[in-house]
Write a protein that binds this ligand. Structure first.
Ligand code: URA
Length: 320
């Protein structure tokens, strides 16, 4: 089959599946052999069309940032020196302030051969049939690719799907997801106007355990990261918010003390990145101070995006 015919067949299949999903269908039975057969030409086409999806080499230790910005005082560094708002329509877009650290290689400007929506659909199709982690491919119910607006200015990055996400095929739909959704609404946005993704697209398996979650391994995160990187490169959000230490670790490739780094602007692939606590941590902790810290991080993101902030929003979680 020619590449062109294969591309058309793929696009038609995706369109059909999207239609089924829109009609409420959540599961499609597919034999593992079919998945494997589908993945082979996709992987070959992906290699030909987009070298950037290959697993990124582990960053050399020398290229990693020093720990200095991470250990800087949280509160003092929690705000950029000046507003760095960039309204969509403003031609005088102020660049972000010097961010605390450049965590990875500079951005690879997305030069997709396809228009954005098609490139995103093709990326999604590749991820949905991914079998790079055979243990996860065989244990998952479905790949949890991401949700939201591919033109969003704000993108949230979590760690990995849990049980609820594995069932529903959508990130952050469990208890932590409900809190994230509330936070997004508190910002005056909706899940549909931001983009939400995870470092890992499959639920980490827990063999022998009927329930529970586990942290993704370093190898799993490194294997899956290229998908997230390509999502980021295609979406080109103006702000990234990393939710929790594991999400940060997945992004930068080494452990990060989230309580030290949260609230401090970082840069990821050239995009301002705000690390904050994971909503699951907020649920476990419930301390007002933690909620306020997360909210301050989101306010910083809103300021950067020049989103309107009411007095009420400014004062959330402050003592009366
Ligand atoms: N936690 C995450 O990090 N991601 C999800 O999708 C759900 C819970």
């Amino acid at each position: 089959m020619s590449d062109d015919a294969y591309g058309q067949l793929l696009a038609a299949s995706i369109q059909h599946l999207e239609l089924l999903k829109a009609r409420g269908l959540r599961h499609v039975a597919v034999q593992p052999q079919t998945l494997a057969a589908l993945a082979a030409p996709i992987a070959a086409a992906a290699r030909a069309a987009s070298p950037s999806i290959r697993p990124a080499p582990v960053p050399a230790p020398a290229s990693r940032p020093t720990q200095a910005p991470i250990s800087a005082p949280v509160v003092a560094a929690a705000r950029p020196p000046a507003p760095v708002a960039r309204p969509v329509s403003s031609p005088v877009a102020a660049p972000p302030p010097p961010l605390a650290a450049v965590l990875t290689a500079p951005p690879v400007s997305p030069t997709p051969a396809l228009p954005k929506a098609e490139a995103f659909a093709a990326l999604r199709a590749r991820a949905l049939t991914c079998i790079r982690c055979p243990h996860l491919a065989s244990s998952r119910r479905q790949v949890v690719f991401g949700v939201g607006d591919i033109n969003a200015r704000l993108m949230f990055v979590g760690e990995a799907p849990g049980a609820d996400e594995d069932v529903q095929g959508e990130p952050f739909v469990g208890r932590a997801g409900e809190l994230l959704t509330k936070m997004i609404i508190g910002m005056g946005l909706t899940r549909a106007t931001v983009y939400i993704g995870n470092v890992l697209k499959c639920r980490p398996d827990t063999p022998g355990q009927p329930s529970g979650n586990r942290k993704p391994t370093t190898a799993e995160m490194q294997t899956c990261l290229p998908y997230l990187q390509e999502q980021i490169d295609l979406i080109q959000p103006q702000v990234l918010v990393a939710l929790g230490s594991t999400a940060m670790e997945g992004l930068v490739g080494h452990p990060v003390a989230i309580s030290k780094i949260r609230g401090q602007w970082q840069s990821y692939r050239g995009i301002p990145l705000m690390p904050t606590f994971h909503p699951a941590y907020v649920l476990r902790n419930q301390a007002m101070a933690i909620k306020r810290q997360v909210w301050e991080d989101l306010l910083a993101a809103m300021e950067h995006l020049a989103l309107p902030i009411s007095e009420k929003q400014r004062n959330y979680f402050l003592k009366p």
